[in-house]
Design a protein. Structure first.
Lengths: 368, 202
């Protein structure tokens, strides 16, 4: 007598390990995942229309709210795209400030990811350690921009304000403190056999699949593709800095974890390099272009930057009015989530948080 | 084998797979050591309570922090720039009749204000509308979140004027004084009496 043993299970939209409002409809056979289906759209706020209804300057604080973990990356990407529409370039000083704040933001974002991922895996001690480290970087961003989460620091043709006095010492001290905490992350997670058993060889994403799904960012680099927009399509003077791209060949959860932690170290060096370049300039040099016209010329442009999760791009079509005619947001999380049903297929139910945690989801960014 | 800070960034390699490390991993030696070491550290959390304002544990507020808005009654010309730039349209212009003439002043609803700072930035001639460092903006009723021009003047007197006097903040551009303080005080008293007589307003 044949018996049907499959059953449906809804994970989310309110579930502690879902990182926000989205739902995973699972078909399971015992403990094994047979099939799964991602259901998104719970947090849709119609961002593209919101931006098209506002003038270019008013849109900048709106793009800050796209992703609450790394808001500065998105507002900088938006202003960078607007600069392309206007056909202007930000002054050199503004670019170094942007690079510095972007890299601080990247480390802060990875810290929050580390805390959330380890809690998903049951390492509750690890919740506190990255949060303590993130506090250092958030304090830095607060002194520079004036806010802790939604900075609104990027402007068309520069940044809001110059860096405050004595910021060099403060950044160096904070990063020195951060290196000590970074060593603790490595010791706490990697040097535990449980963490290795739960992540190694789980959720393997092959190189071909990663490329065909349009995956970007650390997830792509963990699958063995050394693609980083900072190197491949340099923007804002990244081509003048020396750094390498951490890559891994395995493509499993452990590789994705390790690539992000290595990226933090690379970013620390980039902050110091950009700070040196900034200090070479005179204090009287401009940090922002003055007198930008209200109406840009007609045209369309797509520009992208490397956010903490991957490629964050903005397509803008201008019809010569003060507000954009159409804005299209290319958010990294949407493409990074796409291969998830394939990654968890055939695996155990308890492996889902281990896979999902290393994808680094941000639903605000996913649903737009 | 330890993380170092340098200008030419290098990646710290993994610890090797030798027997000692494998035994350490199996018994979680290094994680336990880190946790025990952290127990000896000074706590990083701060106690927070409004009575700690003069206390050393009062939360650190950056100089550039954008809190509740304040308005200078001397400098504001009612040019509507802040109303036009506000992305949430939370700033509205209120018309007031003073000595037979009509004047406009901005007022805003703090519940919808996202503290973006665009109104402050656009007021670059008069320096009339400013962000203070006040972050305690919760209220029990909806009306407490509505900041009329008078309440914004009060915020200026309390939080911006001392900073100007001490030379920390910018100096407001003095314009001709068209608003009489006494007039506003009278209006405020009248309104309070009305509120007492008809509590349904709240």
């Amino acid at each position: 007598m044949s018996e049907k043993t499959e059953m449906n299970l809804f994970m989310g939209p309110q579930h502690p390990s879902m990182h926000g409002l989205w739902s995973l409809r699972l078909t399971i056979d015992g403990e094994t995942v047979v099939n799964s289906d991602c259901q998104i759209g719970y947090l849709h706020r119609s961002y593209e229309k919101l931006l098209a209804n506002r003038s270019y300057e008013q849109g900048i604080p709106i793009t800050d709210r796209l992703c609450y973990v790394e808001s500065h990356s998105y507002s900088t990407a938006y202003t960078y795209a607007i600069e392309g529409i206007y056909g202007i370039e930000a002054p050199e000083k503004a670019n170094w400030i942007r690079i510095m704040t972007l890299e601080i933001q990247r480390i802060a974002s990875h810290c929050l990811w580390l805390a959330a991922m380890s809690v998903d895996l049951g390492q509750l001690t690890m919740l506190i350690y990255p949060m303590t480290a993130r506090e250092l970087l958030i304090n830095l961003l607060e002194t520079i921009t004036g806010a802790r989460m939604t900075y609104n620091y990027a402007r068309i043709g520069g940044v809001y304000r110059d860096l405050p006095h004595k910021i060099t010492e403060k950044i160096e001290n904070s990063l020195e403190e951060f290196t000590r905490l970074h060593q603790e992350f490595l010791d706490l997670l990697e040097e535990s056999q449980i963490f290795r058993m739960r992540t190694e060889g789980i959720g393997v994403l092959s190189k071909e699949d990663a490329l065909s799904f349009g995956v970007s960012g650390p997830m792509l680099r963990a699958s063995g593709v050394p693609f980083d927009i900072r190197k491949a399509d340099p923007y804002m003077g990244y081509d003048q800095l020396k750094f390498e791209i951490p890559t891994r060949e395995e493509g499993d959860s452990f590789a994705r974890y390790r690539v992000r932690l290595e990226e933090m170290e690379i970013s620390m060096g980039l902050i110091l390099q950009a700070l040196d370049k900034y200090n070479e300039l005179k204090p009287s040099d401009p940090y922002r272009l003055e007198k930008i016209p209200r109406r840009p010329p007609k045209g369309r442009i797509y520009r992208r930057i490397e956010a903490a999760r991957g490629e964050a791009g903005f397509f803008i079509e201008s019809d010569g009015t003060p507000s954009p005619y159409r804005v299209r947001i290319r958010s990294p999380t949407f493409n990074n989530l796409a291969p998830l049903p394939q990654l968890i297929k055939g695996g155990k139910l308890a492996d889902i948080p281990a896979v999902m945690g290393t994808v680094d989801l941000c639903v605000g960014d996913l649903d737009k | 084998m330890s993380v170092t800070l340098s200008r030419t960034p290098e990646v710290t390699p993994e610890r090797g797979n030798n027997i000692l490390n494998k035994i350490f991993r199996f018994f979680h030696v290094r994680p336990i050591y880190v946790v025990l070491r952290t127990m000896l550290r000074v706590p990083t959390t701060n106690l927070y309570h409004p009575i700690h304002v003069s206390h050393s544990q009062y939360p650190y507020v950056a100089e550039r922090y954008r809190g509740l808005l304040a308005l200078s009654e001397e400098a504001c010309t009612g040019c509507k720039k802040c109303e036009r730039i506000c992305p949430n349209k939370t700033i509205i212009m209120q018309t007031r009749e003073i000595n037979g003439k009509e004047y406009r002043f901005p007022a805003y609803f703090a519940g919808r204000c996202m503290k973006c700072g665009l109104c402050e930035e656009v007021c670059d001639r008069q320096f009339a509308i400013r962000h203070t460092d006040q972050f305690e903006d919760a209220g029990y009723i909806r009306e407490q979140l509505f900041y009329s021009a008078e309440r914004m003047f009060d915020m200026w007197e309390k939080h911006i004027q001392p900073r100007i006097d001490a030379g920390i903040a910018h100096v407001a551009v003095p314009d001709k004084r068209r608003v009489e303080k006494e007039y506003f005080a009278e209006q405020e008293e009248k309104r309070k009496e009305q509120d007492k007589a008809d509590p349904r307003i709240y």
